[in-house]
Design a protein around this ligand. Structure first.
Ligand code: APR
Length: 270
């Protein structure tokens, strides 16, 4: 974290210093994100104080049974979230992760978020474990649909091709994760030099098994989160705070460390 303009020097924690040193020498970096990364953009988290699951029952809104029981209720709820998210912008935490993709020779971003804010910020190598709220498909024939045409409709949308109900392309409770996204995420976790767990409560599986897999495979495991989680004791370092503040500073420090290493001719990665 650079010097602040007020002449005061920012206090750098040991954990931050260790993480910067590891990232400065890293070749393969993986970031694993949850709702906390989008909190500063105004997207509600799931289990935080005003978390979604504090207000709504997941079994009534985020399962295939709930959808088949009451398609209109579930669709309306997702249509509301689609409209809210469409009006929201990525925050400095999202942009810092875009920068990381430029800095590290190999980088992957694994997200549990369905809000598409990583892609909207410019991230390219994104593995979406829980789907994407900007996509939809027919439950009968699988035909894909975008949001625009569906959100114009007043009725709960049905597939013009076969008459089936159209649902958001997100993973509901009790459903399998998309195989290609999961396999790519496992490969990334197994190869990482540094694995960053950012803004997630690490309680939802199988996603929460990825940081543990990376650690078992020798990665340096760092957690960046507003609160401690079940992962904190396993992590090598824990940076407590807001990802929208911590990540931009972290990237700036890593870039400075890699540049000075290059100037001294020290190889920046093994
Ligand atoms: N910066 C960093 N961390 C934050 C911030 C922030 N600005 N705001 C909140 N957090 C932390 C909270 O302390 C909490 O530990 O982010 C975490 C968010 O946890 P959850 O609300 O449980 O969200 P997430 O971990 O993404 O949930 C996983 O559960 O409901 C399902 O499918 C849904 O993908 C979701 C999955």
């Amino acid at each position: 974290m650079g010097h602040v303009d007020t002449g005061a020097t920012a206090v750098i924690s040991d954990d931050t210093r260790r993480l910067v040193a590891r990232l400065a020498a890293a070749d393969w970096v993986v970031a694993f994100t949850g709702a906390g990364v989008s909190a500063e953009s105004g997207v509600p988290t799931f289990r935080g104080t005003d978390g979604i699951w504090k207000k709504f029952k997941p079994e009534e809104l985020a399962s295939m049974d709930a959808f088949m029981r009451n398609p209109s209720l579930v669709w309306e709820w997702y249509a509301h979230r689609k409209r809210v998210i469409a009006g929201i912008q990525p925050n400095p935490g999202h942009y810092a992760l875009v920068r990381m993709e430029e800095v590290f020779p190999r980088f992957a971003l694994i997200t549990q978020n369905i809000d598409n804010l990583h892609r909207r910020a410019g991230s390219r190598s994104v593995h979406e474990l829980h789907g994407n709220i900007e996509r939809n498909y027919c439950v009968s024939c699988g035909k894909p649909y975008g949001n625009e045409e569906l959100l114009r409709q007043s009725e709960t949308p049905k597939c013009p091709a076969c008459g089936g109900w159209i649902r958001p392309d997100v993973v509901w409770f009790g459903e399998l994760l998309p195989e290609d996204q999961w396999n790519a995420s496992v490969r990334a976790a197994e190869s990482a030099d540094v694995f960053l767990s950012i803004g997630t409560s690490n309680v939802v599986y199988p996603a929460a098994s990825l940081p543990l897999l990376a650690k078992r495979r020798g990665a340096f495991l760092a957690e960046i989160n507003a609160e401690v989680t079940p992962l904190t004791d396993t992590a090598d370092v824990f940076l407590q705070g807001s990802s929208g503040v911590i990540l931009p500073d972290l990237v700036a420090s890593v870039v400075a460390a890699r540049e000075s290493a290059e100037r001294q001719g020290t190889p920046t990665h093994t």
